[in-house]
Write a protein that binds this ligand. Structure first.
Ligand SMILES: [Zn+2]
Length: 246
């Protein structure tokens, strides 16, 4: 399992002097999904190739958190890139990606924090270009800091999402009620780009992940036939269902 976020996590672990201890659990975790081995959900990990890509700019500690949902995006969307953020330096590979002519990058952030002339609410990639959603993967205060202190992102249009529903994310509390978790933001972006299948799959996969994560925390078994799993399974069926095989 070597997607972009897994690689970033490995690099971050290699750099740290002290072992990172995830809060609240001594149970051994699966390296593939980061949930307790008893609640591993690797067997249902969906992959949906997309035209659009996702570029995660991650706050230092973020790849180490078992509850980080950027990981789920990298599971589902093969063209996911991930970079660590630092105030004083920028990964040259990130600059290269942003300058790559095949991509049309959008910095996804609430429009009220950007000058109006930078703000867009629709995704309209130019001919021959693929939308690339740049997401600041961090807590809300950290994301604000990253937004202000990353001059190399200042030339990008700011894609402001108009969410109609509040976050269903229960793993981490946020001070802002309308602060979506990173995979929910990616799902909304994919929907805007016309990638309904990927958007819904990522959304359903977040529910499955959240269910397993919370059940493990509560020492209760995962419900493999529960609502979250059923929704994900339905999305993973080939179009037309098994009967259309002939
Ligand atoms: Zn697993």
């Amino acid at each position: 399992m070597h997607h972009a976020v897994a690689r970033l996590r490995e690099a971050r672990l290699a750099r740290s002097r002290k072992p990172f201890l995830a809060r609240g659990s001594n149970a051994p975790r699966c390296p593939g999904c980061r949930v307790a081995l008893t609640h591993c959900l690797c067997a249902v990990r969906p992959v949906v190739p997309t035209h659009a890509g996702v570029c995660l700019v991650m706050c230092d500690i973020e790849p180490l958190k078992p509850s980080n949902t950027g990981w789920l995006i990298a599971d589902v969307v093969p063209d996911t890139f991930a970079f660590g953020w630092a105030r004083t330096e920028v990964d040259p590979a990130l600059l290269e990606l942003l300058a790559d002519p095949q991509w049309q990058p959008y910095l996804v952030f609430p429009g009220e924090f950007a000058p109006p002339e930078r703000v867009v609410t629709q995704v309209e990639a130019a001919r021959g270009k693929r939308p690339l959603f740049v997401l600041l993967d961090a807590t809300w205060p950290e994301a604000c800091k990253m937004f202000r202190k990353s001059p190399y992102l200042n030339h990008l249009p700011v894609l402001s999402l108009q969410p109609e529903r509040l976050s269903r994310y229960h793993l981490r509390r946020s001070r802002r009620d309308d602060h979506f978790c990173t995979s929910e933001v990616a799902s909304l972006c994919l929907a805007l780009a016309g990638e309904a299948q990927a958007a819904e799959t990522l959304d359903a996969y977040l529910d499955v992940f959240t269910h397993h994560y919370l059940q493990a925390k509560r020492c209760l078994p995962a419900q493999w036939q529960g609502a979250a799993h059923q929704r994900l399974q339905a999305l993973m069926q080939p179009a037309g269902g098994a009967t259309a095989a002939a």
